[in-house]
Design a protein around this ligand. Structure first.
Ligand SMILES: [Fe+2]
Ligand SMILES: [Fe+2]
Length: 273
């Protein structure tokens, strides 16, 4: 009850806590239901949170929302199981999206996820971060759910307006996962997977190290898969042809060190389109 609160503690609403933590109102409610944040109720039944409780939540040892370290922070069998089940659900959703697109790229997100994992292994990432990359690969184009089917399935060249609409899928996707607590860590990866190393990509024109590393990896792998599929359709099945095309964009679209890792990994693992 409010009258039992020590005077020295400021009392916050759920919305105020959400604003400070930069999460959604639903996420703060989830924290309360999961016992991660203690709350009390007003006589009118509204949740209130002591500022000291919120400060615990801001402590980096309690939670770290930085996307580069999130995979390391998220440990435990429960999370592993959740990720496995989530991956199955996401694969089903991704198949539904890809069913609306031209058949040339069928299986794109599953191949991207697999190659992202291999790159993670090659770069010596920990298991948690490799799982994160796998899921990011599956999720990266989920925003296409919000793109008009007629655009996704169009075989002719897209008009300028259609292309503009298609280019909104990273933003759509990042907003979709923001509302799901365990998927929020993928939001920056999804949002920035079409940024270019030289700052000429979208949606924000981020440059070089400002682009989250996992987004750079997903962006590189997905471009490679698209090139591989197009080359295969033209009868160019040699993997080196696709790598050579990627190399033309070193330090333009992709960081050259990542291109080197991709070349190593891709040569070992010939993908099927
Ligand atoms: Fe994409
Ligand atoms: Fe993609």
């Amino acid at each position: 009850m409010i009258d039992k609160i020590p005077h020295e503690h400021r009392v916050l609403t759920i919305k105020e806590v959400a604003n400070v933590l930069k999460v959604s109102v639903q996420t703060v409610k989830n924290y309360i239901y999961q016992g991660k944040i203690k709350s009390f109720k007003t006589p009118g039944g509204q949740h209130r949170i002591l500022e000291s409780e919120m400060n615990k939540k801001l402590d980096p040892s309690f939670v770290n929302r930085d996307m580069e370290t999130a995979g390391v922070e998220l440990k435990g069998n429960d999370l592993k199981e959740l990720m496995d089940v989530s991956a199955l659900i996401v694969r089903a959703i991704v198949r539904a999206i890809e069913g609306k697109e031209i058949p040339l790229f069928l299986g794109h997100s599953i191949r991207v996820a697999k190659l992202c994992k291999q790159i993670g292994w090659d770069m010596g990432f920990k298991d948690e971060k490799i799982d994160l990359l796998n899921m990011a690969g599956l999720l990266h184009d989920i925003g296409k759910l919000n793109v008009d089917d007629a655009i996704l399935s169009k075989t002719e060249k897209l008009t300028r307006d259609e292309y503009k609409e298609l280019k909104r899928h990273p933003q759509f996707g990042s907003e979709m996962v923001e509302d799901v607590e365990y998927l929020q860590i993928f939001s920056p990866i999804i949002k920035h997977h079409h940024e270019w190393y030289n700052g000429m990509g979208y949606p924000e024109g981020l440059k070089e190290g400002a682009i989250p590393l996992n987004a750079q990896i997903v962006g590189l792998v997905e471009a490679f898969d698209v090139i591989r599929c197009k080359n295969k359709a033209k009868g160019k099945k040699n993997i080196q042809d696709s790598i050579d095309e990627i190399k033309k964009f070193e330090n333009i679209q992709f960081a050259s060190n990542l291109v080197g890792v991709l070349e190593n990994v891709a040569k070992k693992e010939i993908q099927q389109c």
